[in-house]
Design a protein. Sequence first.
Length: 500
Amino acid sequence: MTTELTHYIGGEHVKGTSGRFADVFNPATGEVQARAPLASKAELDHAVEVAAAAQPAWAATNPQRRARVMMAMVGLLNRDMDKLAEALSREHGKTLPDAKGDVQRGLEVVEYCIGAPEMLKGDYTDGAGPGIDMYSMRQALGVTAGITPFNFPAMIPMWMFAPAIACGNAFILKPSERDPSVPLMLAELMEEAGLPKGILQVVNGDKDCVDAIIDNDTIQSIGFVGSTPIAEYIYGRGCANGKRVQCFGGAKNHMIIMPDADIAQAADALVGAGYGAAGERCMAISVAVPVGEETADKLIAELVPRIEKLRVGPYTGGDEVDYGPVVTSAAKENILGLVQSGIDQGAELVVDGRDFNMQGYEDGFFVGPHLFDRVTPDMDIYTKEIFGPVLSTVRAGSYEEALKLAMDHEYGNGTAIFTRDGDAARDFANRINIGMVGINVPIPVPLAYHTFGGWKKSVFGDLNQHGPDAFKFYTRTKTVTSRWPSGIKEGGEFNFKPMD
Ligand code: NAD
């Protein structure tokens, strides 16, 4: 049976009224299991009005009470971890441990936001001049909004709404129309944790809803995570409309393998980072860059048996499954199209997953693992983000050549170097023009109290996600200079004079 999903507005599940819907698939079976309503401008504008009415009282609630909602939310996320992970895997396709990781990495940002009173304290200068004091405070923006991708339907919404709400804002979440159930569950949980109605709302939709968010005058800020062309579009139009905007885009993450690296360890890391979650991670490694022919030959020899042993299957397969299907049949076709382009353009397909067939799940969106060798920078499989279980190997003649390759790519989200040489690692970390760097760590996702963000075409805007940057993004600084000329005369008599 196909479930009709809702929006979540003013603390109620609200049916869509636009008459437009998006199919939500079970990627393992290929079946449509739900329909997500696609909001019209009128529906989005209504949600914003509800948020605007609720927000002033929330901003006036003291920060410690707001933080207690976050504390309660951490407990509820732990209580409902299994339920959330199951709903997430059913719509996304990732394995249950991966789905739990998705919830957990969001939970950690909620946990960080318990420290909101500390982060929002502001600064004070006593005696900046005669009778003059100066202080700055961080005030909420008002109604804020976030537009999130399909690949982390729990983590990325929480990365946005937890700091926004802890700062005293209302937040409108427009999740991916491919897997909207977990975001709806999160909004319910926040209310159970004590959040007043109207402060966190979920409005499902597509481009129409996104455009309505960008053009709504009440919305003060937009956070976006997704592909680069959409990031660039939302950033440009959002900024032109005078909003504060941060957009995080696509990636092509390189891992450099130096000749002195432990090649077996590097191969283990590459298999997890390249094929985990079917490669549908913005921090997945999609390019391996062994330095020197001998390193490359050894690496390929270590990789091939590991990749051939990967177990692909539905999330219900438990520990027997390494990665699941990709999210839609369109995503599958796009990946296989790029694999074909790699073959046509002369790359060597060392592991060929094209014939992969998942017995009993023939209509699911499964893609077998692929490994390319001798990829060159002009090929589409190198320039484009594939977002699937496809790893490309580009052989570099030297460390400098490997470094230049990663630096010349238009994306700059994450990267890694595998080496035993501290000097090389240090040089790499200092010179590379990429936002998140791993040294013998393949997926260097920063923890909640640091900030997350790439460079180059992987980001549009100045501040990163979570960590201290989030408290800057979701507040405005106001600086007050006050002068109270002393009215206390010698001997203690009080004689207040108006200021001259
Ligand atoms: P996407 O760009 O297709 O969609 C992201 C969001 O934008 C969704 O909510 C979607 O409804 C909306 N959208 C789609 N088309 C739109 C349009 N034409 N106009 C306005 N809005 C539109 O991305 P996706 O496929 O959901 O997610 C995968 C992408 O996200 C990959 O490129 C991946 O690298 C990227 N990503 C980046 C990060 C990061 O932090 N840099 C994190 C996760 C994912």
